[in-house]
Write a protein that binds this ligand. Structure first.
Ligand code: SAM
Length: 228
């Protein structure tokens, strides 16, 4: 279950251009994360079927489209505003767009890869997050990849506190004005429901994925999981 509706999220009201500018200034390691995703997706065989949960304006999708051959995408988002941005950005690529809450629909099956970048933390509880990982597992072929890039905390409380402080410091440093800082600090403090990196990895192993951590920058973590 998702802890917010699209109307609770500030970027639901933004232009796609504004979202694209803001996201780089609010997510530490956003560009490095996408560079890693490019490296991973370069190795995917041609003609892959790719499922993306929370496509936003299509930034992650575009990186994948540019690094795979003949990918077909199923792209889900519950924000019409964001999905419209993605439709424009991904014009010319093979995409099916679905306007729905991915936690409340039956996920289609038989995918080579599933991806969720900077949105999974809106699955409200640990139970919801694990359930979602299981549903993603079931949507993949054997050997399929689940690429999860998200904000996560850490089991070690000192590390968790340090990375949280670094995250806010990043927001303060990049804020263009007080309004920007207020919106994104509120978003992080009250709307983002972070679980630890270690919990995500444990759930993935229990469900049947092998995992590799590809990037960590403060609270931003990229996990590459493979359905065994
Ligand atoms: C912060 S954006 C990230 C998009 C893209 N991966 C990027 O890096 O720019 C997350 C997107 O997920 C969508 N989202 C979050 N929870 C969702 C859910 N349960 N169902 C559908 N879309 C969801 C939001 O509307 C938003 O467009």
């Amino acid at each position: 279950m998702t802890n917010v509706g699209p109307e609770d999220l500030n970027y639901h009201y933004y232009s796609a251009e504004r979202y694209d500018k803001d996201i780089v200034n609010t997510i530490p390691g956003y560009e490095a994360l996408h560079q890693e995703i490019a490296n991973i997706t370069k190795k995917i065989d041609p003609n892959p079927k790719i499922l993306e949960l929370g496509v936003g304006t299509g930034n992650t999708t575009l990186v994948i489209a540019e690094n795979t051959k003949n990918a077909h995408f199923t792209l889900i988002d519950f924000s019409e505003q964001m999905l419209n941005g993605a439709k424009e950005k991904l014009n010319g690529h093979s995409c099916e767009f679905i306007l729905k809450d991915y936690s409340e629909m039956e996920l289609p099956k038989n995918y080579d890869a599933a991806i969720c970048v900077i949105g999974f933390h809106h699955q409200e509880t640990d139970k919801d997050k694990k359930q979602m990982i299981l549903r993603i597992y079931n949507s993949l072929k054997r050997g399929g990849l689940f690429i999860l890039g998200d904000l996560m905390t850490y089991d070690n409380k000192e590390l968790a506190a340090l990375n949280e402080a670094e995250h806010y410091s990043f927001l303060v440093k990049n804020a263009e004005n007080k309004e920007f800082l207020k919106e994104w600090a509120y978003h992080h403090k009250f709307l983002n429901k972070l679980a630890s990196k270690e919990s995500h990895i444990r759930w993935m192993h229990e469900i049947g994925f092998s995992t590799e951590v590809k990037l960590e920058e403060f609270n931003t973590v990229l996990i590459l999981a493979k359905k065994i």
